[in-house]
Design a protein. Structure first.
Length: 441
């Protein structure tokens, strides 16, 4: 039996070598094709088009990847890469299609993406994508004059484009306000509400209509207008120990890193960092709006309430005679009796309910086409996210949650995610002259 030992060992060794050899060469004998995926749906190509292409082969690995474009039976090579190293299973290839460099004409073309692997019998995948070459930018035609806009107020413009432009709107300096596409008297138009900055001024503030078509072609058109200056108030607010002892512990509980901080440092953090985060959250909530008008007529003002703070008020806070930051009030504070009923200022859809930092218990309503209303410091919320609300419908009760020092409602209006003066929206004459007379929709 001993004389067969070496034979058996040799057989086992050969089997092991054969197994590893088979595993090693199996990838070369496989028949699985590489996969190809683009980072976007390609329909049209403008003057320049940037696309990302992902090539994958998890067996023998990628060998050759290629991008071509064919027009009128002439094929141009856009990109090609040889991957000599076996085992490259994934490759991300960024590509720029430049119509001028490739001498492409406006009209149909076909983009071809291909890949080969390292298998003994090469596996090849090909993806063909019919596209339209379109290097002509859209034209923008304003349909109503933009005469006057108040500092801190809402602007409104109606316009059309010479061809479909999925991305369109207004730039106020570098801030973009997206437009909404509608049918007006059976014809496609776009409308946009935008916010004029509190410090907007003639000569320094630029308003630019913008449109980008499917091919990526862009157009800009400067708007002529006049900004009406508005004087905003300044106020000194003294924060006493009673306020700090009553309010700051709640925020220390919410923000663990504030637990051992002095109360005046807690307030400084809340008034700056937390305020900024809360406003970013609000802007994100108000970045998507229903593509139709939900509101009708002037917005309701809280009944039997006096204004305790106005939009644009600049507040400087003092503790023990020392300044601890400032803020600009981005709404109107309205006070009546404690836990007064709060009504929806106009019809719309509730898009947020809950605690919102310095704003406390808050409700945000989408009124369509980028217009929103916000109700904060509520003692109770009596509606829910996703609910359609009617003008005058009850949504909660006033309170002193958040950073409120007394029972009241903080009411705001937002256009395109930016705060604007609510007082304009309480005025039926302003609405008629600046919105509804410009377009009946």
């Amino acid at each position: 039996m001993k004389k067969f030992g070496p034979v058996i060992a040799g057989v086992i060794l050969i089997a092991v070598i054969a197994l590893f050899g088979w595993l090693y060469f199996a990838d070369y004998l496989e028949r699985e094709k590489p996969s190809i995926r683009t980072d976007q749906t390609l329909v049209s190509v403008g003057k320049q088009k940037n696309i990302g292409i992902e090539y994958t082969d998890n067996r023998s690995g990628l060998s050759i990847i290629r991008v071509e474009i064919t027009q009128e039976d002439q094929t141009r090579l856009i990109a090609e890469e040889m991957l000599s190293k076996r085992g490259t299973s994934k490759k991300l290839l960024p590509v720029t299609i430049d119509a001028a460099v490739l001498k492409l004409k406006n009209g149909p073309a076909v983009i071809t993406l291909s890949a080969e692997d390292h298998a003994l019998i090469k596996n090849r995948s090909v993806m063909t994508i019919p596209v339209q070459i379109d290097t002509i930018p859209p034209q923008i035609y304003p349909l109503n004059p933009l005469n006057y806009v108040n500092q801190g107020g809402t602007g409104f413009i109606v316009y059309r484009t010479s061809k479909p432009a999925p991305v369109n709107g207004v730039y106020v300096n570098d801030v973009f306000f997206p437009g909404y596409n509608l049918l007006l008297q059976g014809k496609p138009v776009s409308v946009v509400f935008f916010a004029m900055p509190l410090d907007g001024s003639n000569g320094r503030t630029r308003l630019t209509l913008f449109a980008r078509d499917d091919a990526g072609n862009e157009a800009r058109s400067q708007l002529s207008f006049h900004i009406r200056e508005k004087k905003f108030r300044s106020d000194r607010v003294n924060l006493g120990e009673t306020f700090l002892n009553h309010k700051m512990p709640d925020f220390q509980t919410q923000v663990p890193e504030l637990q051992d901080k002095p109360l005046h440092d807690v307030f400084a953090y809340i008034n700056s960092t937390l305020r900024g985060k809360n406003d970013q959250t609000i802007a994100a909530i108000c970045s998507t709006s229903v593509n139709r008008r939900l509101w009708d007529g002037a917005f309701l003002r809280m009944s039997n309430a006096s204004s305790t703070a106005l939009f644009g008020d600049k507040r400087t806070y003092y503790i023990d005679g020392k300044p601890y930051g400032d803020s600009v009030h981005l709404g109107v504070d309205l006070a009546s009796v404690a836990q007064a009923p709060i009504e929806a200022a106009n019809s719309g859809k509730v898009v947020f309910t809950g605690d919102l930092g310095i704003y406390g218990n808050t409700v945000i309503i989408d009124h369509g086409l980028g217009l929103f209303s916000l109700y904060s410091h509520l003692s109770a919320i009596e509606t829910e996210k996703g609910k359609d609300v009617a003008k005058g419908g009850k949504i909660g009760r006033s309170g002193l949650t958040g950073l409120a020092g007394g029972d009241h409602l903080h009411f705001s209006i937002l256009a395109g995610g930016q705060f604007v003066n609510p007082q304009e929206w309480w005025d039926p004459n302003w609405i008629a002259n600046n919105v509804t007379n410009k377009m009946s929709f």
